[in-house]
Unconditional design. Structure first.
Ligand SMILES: NC(=O)C1=CN([C@@H]2O[C@H](COP(=O)(O)OP(=O)(O)OC[C@H]3O[C@@H](n4cnc5c(N)ncnc54)[C@H](OP(=O)(O)O)[C@@H]3O)[C@@H](O)[C@H]2O)[C@@H](O)CC1
Ligand SMILES: [K+]
Length: 529
């Protein structure tokens, strides 16, 4: 799914009005009605007080449309205008008149703290104060209003975006934005739903379709994309009946040191589970028995070093290499790594200590093959690109780094973001159970295993990150957040592959009756036999 920028959203609205021959007032009617339908379906007329707080721009206009429909359907609505300036938008004014036609309870004007209404914890707050048009710091009294929302504990539904957040830059330190329980966003999710600093403002969100021009949505190139099953499914490579292990590449995992052999075991398992035809692990001598026992499917090559890698020399040409897991940063290992990079021709997935070595010796970045995949967690990323002040700066700096060195960077986190030049891909699978040692090692193996099978590196990365998270999601049912281990993620990768082809629950329920009957008949027949 595409994540449009603020400018692209405005352009989409404009084009839609033009191509569908509708006015911006009509579009606002669609937006407000979509929110109303969402609420009406869930509330079914329940008389819970609903406090609708409207700003004076188009987000406020959406709130007025919603309030009007709620009122005409008999809901218990109190509407407020948050008087944040003088420039009321045209469509706000149209809907301000319209709401006055359906109720004697005209919207209440809020101008200062003393005007704040009492809100009971069981009431509902609708936040339509600011949308994507926020362009300067919010007045302190309105920030206090947002704090007031939170202090009531009432369920807060934000329209389009929690008020007080920008779509493309961080909020000023010390300022407050609405903490929404749910956000209903028009046409496309906003990037801020996925960034660590702002995601807590809208932990749950949903996109409502307001009929923005399809051609525009299809043809518009966005900088950010959301990656879910729908996006990765086309990557999937089917296996030919006559295929053999030689068709799926020979992957190599390089890493390990005394006390850290588990990392190589996990990465090798991940690589095999992702489908690599053959797997070899290149490890220090001390890891030989560990590796051969833990992963009998893999071959082991040992370095001259006993406790850590000292030479890094081998004589075959792997299809892809995952390097760095459990590697350590001993000076001899660093020298061996540099020597390896000078000779290497295979595509690389670089993780953990290999990233730390690159950070220590940035000149080595020049030796990376074009299209290499780097998989840092935030601390490793900071060592590579330097500190950042906020999430937006982090993404910008990573983009710059990615373009400069012609590599892709997988920023691991709650929503792993793969940065590929200017493009950012936000992964949607995964859960907090993955905050456990070794999960990253498995990911390195999975991506390497996919490259082995001929997936282009960027596809292997997006697919691998998705499958890895999905495997963890499926494993939750058995292990819960606390007991989920990295090895469960490697073991469950097959489930994640199979899950790609499962129909969503809803569609299964909508199975045509005749098919259901046929199934029942077949079942009964089998039972009779
Ligand atoms: N486009 C469309 O066709 C559709 C749009 N839709 C909806 O419109 C929303 C965007 O609407 P919007 O552009 O009017 O901006 P919005 O977020 O309501 O802000 C209001 C105005 O407040 C001002 N302002 C800014 N910062 C401020 C501050 N700190 N303190 C005080 N004032 C401040 C600023 O105006 P200014 O004062 O700069 O002239 C700004 O314009 C979008 O999120 C969606 O909900 C839907 O109806 C579907 C169709
Ligand atoms: K809002």
């Amino acid at each position: 799914m595409k994540i449009l920028s603020k400018e692209q959203i405005y352009e989409g609205d404009r084009l839609t009005a033009e191509r569908q021959n509708v006015s911006s007032t009509d579009l606002m009617e669609r937006a407000g009605t979509a929110i109303f339908n969402w609420m009406h379906m869930r509330m079914q007329g329940a008389q819970v007080p609903i406090h609708v707080f409207c700003g004076i721009g188009n987000n406020g206009g959406d709130g007025l449309v919603l309030a009007r429909h709620l009122i005409t359907h008999g809901y218990n609505v109190i509407t407020y205008i948050v008087n944040c300036g003088n420039g009321r938008s045209k469509d706000f004014l149209v809907n301000y008149d319209r709401i006055k036609n359906v109720t004697k309870d005209w919207p209440k004007l809020l101008t200062c703290k003393e005007d704040f209404p009492e809100i009971h914890v069981d009431d509902i707050i609708v936040d339509a104060v600011f949308g994507i048009g926020l362009n300067r710091a919010v007045d302190p009294w309105i920030q206090e209003l947002f704090v007031h929302f939170k202090s009531t504990g009432a369920f807060t539904l934000s329209i389009d975006i929690p008020s007080g957040l920008y779509t493309d830059k961080p909020i000023e330190p010390e300022s407050s934005a609405v903490m929404a329980n749910y956000t209903l966003s028009f046409q496309a999710p906003k990037l801020i739903f996925f960034l660590p600093e702002t995601a807590e403002h809208s932990t749950q969100w949903e996109v409502l379709d307001i009929g923005i021009d399809r051609d525009y949505l299809m043809s518009t190139e966005t900088e950010v994309e959301l990656i879910s099953k729908h996006e990765v499914l086309p990557f999937y490579k089917r296996r030919d009946k006559f295929s053999h292990k030689g068709d799926f590449g020979h992957g190599l995992i390089i890493g390990g040191s005394k006390g850290k052999m588990g990392a190589v075991v996990l990465a090798t398992k991940g690589m095999l589970s992702a489908g690599a035809g053959l797997a070899t692990a290149y490890i220090p001598e001390c890891g030989y028995t560990v590796l051969q026992t833990a992963v009998p499917e893999a071959m082991a090559l040992t370095d001259d070093g006993d406790d850590y890698i000292e030479d890094l020399e081998f004589e075959f040409e792997p299809t892809a290499i995952g390097i760095g897991v459990g590697l350590g940063t001993d000076p001899k290992t660093i020298t061996a790594f540099e020597h390896f990079l000078k000779l290497n021709k295979a595509p690389l997935v670089i993780d953990a200590d290999a990233l730390n070595i690159l950070s220590l010796s940035k000149k080595l970045l020049k030796l990376l093959p074009e299209g290499s995949i780097l998989t840092p967690h935030p601390k490793e990323l900071e060592r590579l690109i330097g500190q950042w002040d906020n999430d937006f700066e982090k993404l910008d700096k990573t983009s710059e780094f990615s373009s400069k060195h012609k590599v892709s960077v997988v920023i691991k986190g709650a929503n792993t973001i793969t940065v590929h030049g200017n493009k950012k891909y936000v992964n949607t699978s995964g859960n907090p159970g993955m905050a456990t040692g070794g999960a990253g090692d498995v990911l390195t193996g999975v991506i390497t295993g996919l490259i082995c099978q001929g997936y282009p590196p960027i596809e292997a990365t997006l697919f691998g990150v998705y499958l890895h998270g999905r495997s963890a999601d499926l494993a939750l049912e058995d292990y819960g957040y606390q007991s989920l281990l990295a090895s469960h993620i490697a073991d469950g990768l097959g489930e994640a592959f199979i899950d790609l082809f499962k129909q969503p629950e809803q569609e299964q329920q909508q199975e045509p009756e005749p098919e259901k009957e046929a199934q029942q008949r077949r079942k009964a027949k089998r039972a009779r036999r």
